[in-house]
Ligand binder design. Structure first.
Ligand SMILES: Nc1nc2c(c(=O)[nH]1)N[C@H]1C(S)=C(S)[C@@H](COP(=O)(O)OP(=O)(O)OC[C@H]3O[C@@H](n4cnc5c(N)ncnc54)[C@H](O)[C@@H]3O)O[C@H]1N2
Ligand code: MOO
Length: 473
């Protein structure tokens, strides 16, 4: 059933039912495993070998034997589990202004009562007892130290956010009171429009328009559990609750190596050279997926430079672009074999992007090899890098997002297809210009539709992979 709460023209989700508590717990456990598991440094996620061995091997001689490609859904699972195999990553203290998007490694526990003192909710007068009241000379503003107590029958001017004096019984809004010629304050009530007669008897309820200390929380209350992703609202709450910095999972560090002698970094394509589309596209995309992009390097088609770059990198994830196929200057496989890296994925049953790969280069480092064709690179990014980074960052998997297709999409006989779609009127509209070398479709898209082998008919539900910037659209 379509959720029609978003209004016309908005992207809307059709969910096959809320995910079970169990599923949520699983994600939550996974999000926190990297913080909590102090286990042996070589511990691997149970089952990953089962998932991996069926599809690729590295022989004892280090020569890489290439096996059949991994089905697309399984490739994503392998990438997610690969992130769980890395040694525990220590939580870090991060100043609030650098914590957006991180995941809390510890509960957010209130460091103070909120409000931390009895506060006036309105501009007006703090009053004690029934009126009329004698008004004290000097008023109380937000930020003032604790004012002197009020005596019965006394009032004092007060601003929103100011501390109410001890023994205050209520706050009278400025529009609900008037002072007479002798300076005494009387409660009034709002008058009916066009009438000069009061609509009733003035009443001042005990405690009205006072926010009592601790109304929202008391010091020590858990405001948010560990595993919560830091949003702007979380930053605001943390600041209000007294935090200057947060304990969070560190951002996974990613390095991008752009391969290809044919690439220009500025100006118009000429003389057989083309513009590098991936150097500008991948770093912000990786950041949106939770990574800290520590370097972006163009290496040309130089096997020695690639070997040097990969073996000396200290990143958690190396992302290469191009050079994944078997051409004369496709150096990614030979370099990984030379290093004795373990291939977890070597080809995926997906179009575009089937030559993508995932290798473990060190106990605590992975490499995702993205094909050079730009839309194939996007496919590899969302198939392998996204689940890996999400899990390393401790983020919880998004809920499945499913919409019916507006038009049919031809399927590949055996492989999954990823097709850029725009979302219009609760339907996924397949976009043109979705060839592996094209970015025109994806640049206009709201999501990538997952089209199963054999294709999909109009009206058929398909899973959508959201683009990180479309989440807030
Ligand atoms: N004999 C075969 N050839 C190819 C196969 C195959 O199965 N058998 N697969 C094709 C597919 S599918 C893809 S995808 C590509 C993958 O190739 P590589 O990963 O080795 O990528 P390159 O050869 O380096 O480049 C492919 C293509 O993309 C352009 N490119 C590369 N980097 C960038 C960049 N940063 N920005 C823009 N464009 C880039 C490059 O110029 C090529 O046109 O292999 C097919 N071949
Ligand atoms: O699948 Mo390639 O990855 O067609 O561009």
């Amino acid at each position: 059933m379509a959720d029609d709460s978003g209004g016309p023209g908005r992207r809307q989700e059709v969910r096959p039912g809320r995910r079970s508590e169990e599923q949520h717990d699983l994600d939550f456990e996974e999000a926190l495993a990297l913080v909590r598991d102090p286990g042996p440094r070589t511990t691997r996620y149970p089952g990953i070998q089962d998932l991996v061995q069926e599809h690729s091997t590295t022989s004892t001689s280090g020569h890489h034997a290439r096996h059949r490609a991994t089905p697309w859904p399984e490739a994503r699972t392998v990438a997610r589990h690969a992130a769980r195999s890395v040694p525990r990553r220590e939580p870090v203290g991060v100043p609030l202004d650098a914590a957006l998007g991180l995941v809390l490694a510890a509960p957010l526990t209130a460091l103070t009562d909120l409000p931390s003192f009895d506060t006036s909710a309105m501009d007006g007068w703090a009053v004690a007892g029934p009126g009329p009241w004698a008004v004290r000379g000097e008023g109380v503003l937000a930020g003032h130290a604790e004012p002197a107590p009020l005596g019965d029958g006394e009032a004092v001017r007060i601003a929103t956010g100011a501390r109410v004096p001890p023994d205050t019984t209520a706050v009278l809004r400025s529009e609900h009171g008037r002072t007479d010629t002798k300076g005494r304050l009387h409660a009034t009530v709002p008058q009916a429009p066009g009438s000069d007669r009061a609509a009733g008897t003035p009443t001042v309820a005990h405690g009205q328009d006072i926010r009592p200390r601790g109304q929202e929380c008391h010091a020590g209350d858990q405001l948010l559990p560990p595993g919560t992703q830091v949003t702007p609202a979380v930053l605001g709450l943390a600041a209000a609750a007294g935090y200057d910095s947060l304990r969070a999972l560190p951002r996974p560090r990613a390095e991008v190596l752009v391969l290809g002698n044919e690439l220009l970094t500025r100006g118009l394509p000429e003389g057989g050279l083309i513009r590098d589309a991936l150097g500008p596209m991948l770093p912000p995309w990786l950041r949106a997926l939770g990574a800290d992009v520590v370097a972006v390097r163009g290496l040309g088609d130089d096997a020695a430079a690639l070997h040097q770059a990969v073996t000396s990198s200290t990143a958690d994830l190396i992302v290469t672009t191009g050079g994944t196929a078997a051409g004369p200057v496709d150096h990614v496989h030979p370099t990984l074999c030379r290093m004795g890296a373990e291939f977890l994925i070597d080809g995926v049953q997906v179009r575009p992007g089937h030559p993508m790969l995932l290798a473990r280069t060190r106990e605590d480092q992975h490499l995702v090899g993205l094909p050079g064709n730009p839309l194939a690179a996007v496919s590899g990014l969302l198939t392998l890098a996204e689940p890996l980074l999400r899990t390393l960052a401790g983020r919880v998997a998004p809920e499945p997002y499913i919409l019916p297709l507006k038009d049919s999409v031809h399927g590949h006989p055996h492989d999954t297809r990823l097709i850029p779609v725009a979302v219009r009127d609760d339907r996924a509209v397949p976009l043109r210009y979705h060839g592996p070398a094209m970015l025109r479709g994806i640049a206009a898209a709201d999501a990538l539709a997952v089209v199963p082998p054999g294709g999909a008919r109009p009206g058929e539900d398909v899973e959508l992979l959201e683009l990180p910037w479309a989440l807030t659209g």
